[in-house]
Ligand binder design. Sequence first.
Ligand code: PA5
Length: 478
Amino acid sequence: MAYKTKEWRNAMRISVDYNYMTSAYLGDKGITDAELRSVKSKAEEAFDYVAQNRGKDELFMGWTELPYNQDAIVADIIATAKAVRKKFKYFVVLGIGGSALGPIMAFNALKHLHYNELPPKKRGGPKFYVEDNVDPVRMQALLDVIVPEETCFNVISKSGATSETMTQFLIIADILEKKGLSLPEHIIFTTDESRGNLIKIDEKYGGKFKKYVLPDGVGGRFSELCPVGLLPAAVLGIDIKGMLAGAAYMDTLCSKPTITKNPALACAALQYITMKQGKNIHVLMPYSDNLKLIADWYCQLWAESLGKAVDYTGKTVNAGTTPVKSLGVTDQHSQVQLYIEGPYDKVITFISVGKYACEMPIAHGCEDIPDVGFLGGHTMEELIQAENKATAYALMRAGRMNYTLNMPEVNAFTLGQLMFLLEMQTAYTGAMLNINTFNQPGVENGKKATFALLGKKGYEAQKKEMDGAPELQSKYIV
Ligand code: PA5
């Protein structure tokens, strides 16, 4: 069944304005029509690659189908979420990387910015925390504010072997057990269907844990629209059907192989051209506190997907650009000076919001002080939008490339669109670079090195190598 009316969906459509990337505005600092034409066939090939391989588990492209193949899962999640909301006062996600950034981002985007501090009636659901680190101070801080008897923990790990997540799990399991509480009653697993250590743990408990599947063909950073993100969102009362409908809507907007007709392909082509020009920093700057953490989520998506040593031919390419998170207007007062006058090594993507969730009129006052008096009678929405426009304009005037994703409102449908747009853009860019967008060999190496340092069996040789040459131990330390 279609989500809301066609008119409503079209009114909520995210568009990409890339005028300030082009030579029409930036002169010799901008992209010419000829340059855009020169990547036309590469963009078409990237489009074909994604279109032909979408849904393929073996290529980790199962995420493209998530908006369409989860009806039964969504119904189950909504039922579980209802029960969790009724029974528990706290909901804690244990996970890291792709298993945590999505749930935090959706929470930040779609719930009250001070959700946990709201009185229970206004909050409507359990207090919400995501533990995506192994900082002991942070873990203690969590334990200081939750009541284990009243907490549901969602352990999210595809492998069940991630040291950080399993450390959190061990600590929580111990606390629950010492209190005589049943683990399966307090913990939900989101993990691989049949492999992984959480499955083994569940078997030890006679299969009693409630489990959700992180599908085979969906990697961590592409997993927000599967149970990884959908369960925490549903527990928070977020319209998860709306999120999926938004993703499906963006998918239809990305169904043409032409840069001028496919927003994700347009963004990928712009990124590809500027990468080849040597612009190696990519800033994402939403003008909305609700979207602050989309930049965190996106940084992982972009960095882990495109930062690759070799391409598919085996050639060393050391691909990728460095994503930087920024927040408008806050970072106008910290980073924008660098963006306007520093090296020409950046492309800035703004996310602009058409209508904020509430209005905040600016009171009249100080009319005798012109620097202050002019503000009265306007609204905060007018001010933040004017500053967004003015910053994009100032960058353009300084010959700095920037483009804007126009988001009519921040709601479940537009957030779903935005995520899918950024995922498609990443997949297209990876295809244009001819790299494997969906693996993360560098991260895996770090994980193995941690195993070695903590004395895991089988990693003895690596431990020895990491301990370093004894004669150099004090030589290069000051
Ligand atoms: O994007 C990824 O694949 C990673 O960031 C993983 O999500 C992260 O390393 C956690 O892995 P796992 O889900 O196996 O615990």
